[in-house]
Design a protein around this ligand. Structure first.
Ligand code: FES
Ligand code: FES
Length: 153
């Protein structure tokens, strides 16, 4: 099956019903996307598929075939981080870090659709992304900082 991942055409010889998360991590070596619950409850595996955030543990490979997938590895680079990634660094939002690539992918999508979200709007969109460390106040602060960066850009 062929997928466009982070702007590159990638192929994987996988069964139709393999979760996209497995395709990304095990077949394509993109381990920035994390496996948390496996049942669409934690958001650790969030990537964008055709511009929308999805839980990669619940998308079957055949559903993503031919799609445009964006993972944390394609959002920015170490030299040129995405404004959301830079805001995360500036605010030191992460604690253990496990949930953070999913949080960042969800937040990047939020800010594409709402460039100046309120706390309530942030909480609503981010509510499906769990953080076992409880870093929610810092994540919210990072999203406000990212929003300010994006508005300046
Ligand atoms: S691993 Fe996919 S939502 Fe938890
Ligand atoms: S920073 Fe540890 S799970 Fe969120």
């Amino acid at each position: 099956m062929d997928f466009t991942v982070n702007g590159e055409l990638r192929s994987a010889d996988v069964e139709d019903d393999m979760p996209l998360l497995w395709v990304l991590r095990d077949e394509l070596g993109l381990v920035g996307t994390k496996y948390g619950c496996g049942i669409a409850q934690c958001g650790a595996c969030t990537v964008h598929l055709d511009g929308m955030p999805v839980r990669a543990c619940q998308v079957r490979a055949v559903e993503a075939e031919g799609g445009e997938i964006l993972t944390i590895e394609g959002l920015g680079t170490p030299e040129y981080p995405h404004p959301v990634q830079q805001a995360w660094i500036d605010t030191q939002a992460a604690q253990c870090g496990y949930c953070q690539s999913g949080q960042i992918m969800q937040a990047a999508w939020l800010l594409e659709s709402n460039p100046d979200p309120t706390d309530d709007e942030i909480d609503a969109v981010m509510s499906g992304n769990l953080c076992r460390c409880g870093a929610y106040p810092r994540i919210r602060e990072a999203i406000h900082a990212a929003a300010a960066r994006l508005r300046e850009a």
